[in-house]
Design a protein around this ligand. Structure first.
Ligand code: CTP
Length: 405
């Protein structure tokens, strides 16, 4: 996404300027060519040298520092910018941008940029809530700038409030999200996508459970990709440890029966439901409400397992109103044969078959390789790649094959 892109970072004078060093590193690490421009006030908080070392590029601070006769620096920089990020954007710079004022290198360059501009602001809570700032921010939005809202938390003033600069990773994720959306178009725009992810946990007692090896990562990658491609995404997840992708809503569940309840309730308002979850086939029917004590008898402890509902089958066989139902089949042998049988038995529109027998493309591997089976009998193998790349490929293929219309 970022390889070869020219990202220009505009630093203005706020205490959060120190966080921009990490943001710049994230863009550089992702392969972007980063140039930094700073206001005089920004230089009071962090030195241009820091950014010069991180970017290997000269840092711009002065409009009249024209050391190359063939170029007007701020216009040259504006023209080559693919993406601009103003961070931290002070109330002062926001006000200037909203009113087209160009009185330093930063504001002059910003006025000349035609590429997307992201504004990540940070300021005192009262300054953020001042009617003048509210007006200026609304103007920037109306002008097509993307505002990355300040976070709520402990401010430099010593109290909690809205005004903190979001963490660099969060800013990077949001900029990447909007840029990816622009790059891919929005083939899932207007679609509501429901994704169930993670391995379910079936309680034995309050502190013990039966589960499986599923990490939930493939479901989260599909949720992220669907959101990037324009869908409204609802995740129903057991994987509380994973970061929820930007723009995705999540409902946490634990057991298969809880998952079924949430998925079934949301299904009527869904366009596409994807069961990526590794649902336990059984639950513990004699679950104890108290922690089970060690049994000192020869017969040991007996757990009674009762069958869980088959969520995918339930959706596939339900009375649908145009919903598309997609399942996964993780198999260790006869992959396509078993997946085709599941497609038919569960009345899904498509099954994504995953060979988990090999350690380099299996359950917890970095790379994955899947084949999409459609109910029309097509088998479409996708190239082996990372989960994120594969997730995008899966959605694009489902659209291209008219599984999702
Ligand atoms: N699935 C489900 N509810 C279950 C079991 C599975 O919704 N109780 C869904 C999974 O989320 C997946 C698909 O069905 O999308 C296939 O799951 P899998 O575990 O491979 O198949 P099973 O039907 O459980 O068959 P088996 O374990 O015998 O392979």
């Amino acid at each position: 996404m970022w390889k070869g892109k020219n990202v220009t970072v505009f630093v203005t004078g706020g205490i959060a300027a120190f966080k921009v060093a990490t943001l710049v590193r994230l863009f550089v690490k992702a392969g972007a060519n980063v140039e930094v421009a700073m206001t005089k006030s920004a230089c009071e908080f962090i030195t241009p040298l820091t950014f010069q070392v991180l970017t290997k590029n000269k840092v711009h601070t002065d409009t009249f520092d024209e050391d190359e006769a063939s170029k007007v620096q701020h216009i040259h920089l504006a023209d080559k910018t693919d993406v601009a990020v103003v961070v931290p954007a002070t109330a002062n710079t926001i006000a200037k941008m909203a009113n087209g004022i160009a009185d330093n290198f930063v504001t002059s360059t910003l006025l000349a940029i035609t590429a997307p501009i992201f504004v990540a602001s940070a300021m005192n809570e009262h300054m953020w809530e001042n009617p003048a700032t509210i007006r200026n921010v609304a103007q920037l939005k109306a002008d097509g700038k993307v505002i990355i809202e300040p976070a709520t938390g402990f401010l430099a003033e010593g109290y909690n409030g809205k005004g903190r600069l979001p963490e660099p990773e969060e800013i990077f994720e949001q900029v990447t999200f909007f840029e990816s959306r622009r790059a891919y178009g929005s083939p899932l725009k207007g679609k509501s996508v429901l994704i169930a992810a993670g391995g379910t946990k079936e309680r034995i007692d309050p502190v013990r459970y039966i589960s499986n090896d599923s990490s939930g990562k493939m479901g989260y990658a599909l949720a992220k990709a669907a959101s990037v491609l324009g869908a409204e995404v609802q995740l129903v997840s057991t994987a509380k440890q994973l970061k929820v992708p930007f723009g995705v809503n999540v409902t946490y569940v634990e057991s298969a029966r809880e998952m079924e309840e949430v998925v079934t309730a949301q299904f009527p308002t869904t366009d596409v439901a994807v069961m990526v979850a590794a649902v336990s086939d059984y639950y513990v029917a004699n679950r104890s409400d108290q922690k089970i004590k060690k049994q000192h008898n020869k017969s040991g402890l007996k757990l009674e397992l009762a069958e869980n509902p088959d969520i995918l089958k339930g959706l596939g066989h339900s009375k649908k109103e145009g919903q598309v139902v997609i399942g996964f089949a993780a198999e260790t042998e006869k992959v396509l044969e078993y997946a085709a049988a599941k497609l038919e038995k569960k009345k899904a529109d498509a099954i994504i078959a995953n060979d988990v027998s090999s350690s380099n493309i299996g359950f917890n591997a970095d790379n994955h390789q899947v084949t999409i089976l459609t109910k029309e009998g097509k088998q479409i193998p996708l190239p082996e790649c990372s989960k994120d790349a594969l997730a995008l490929e899966i959605w694009k293929t489902l659209v291209a094959e008219n599984v999702i219309r």
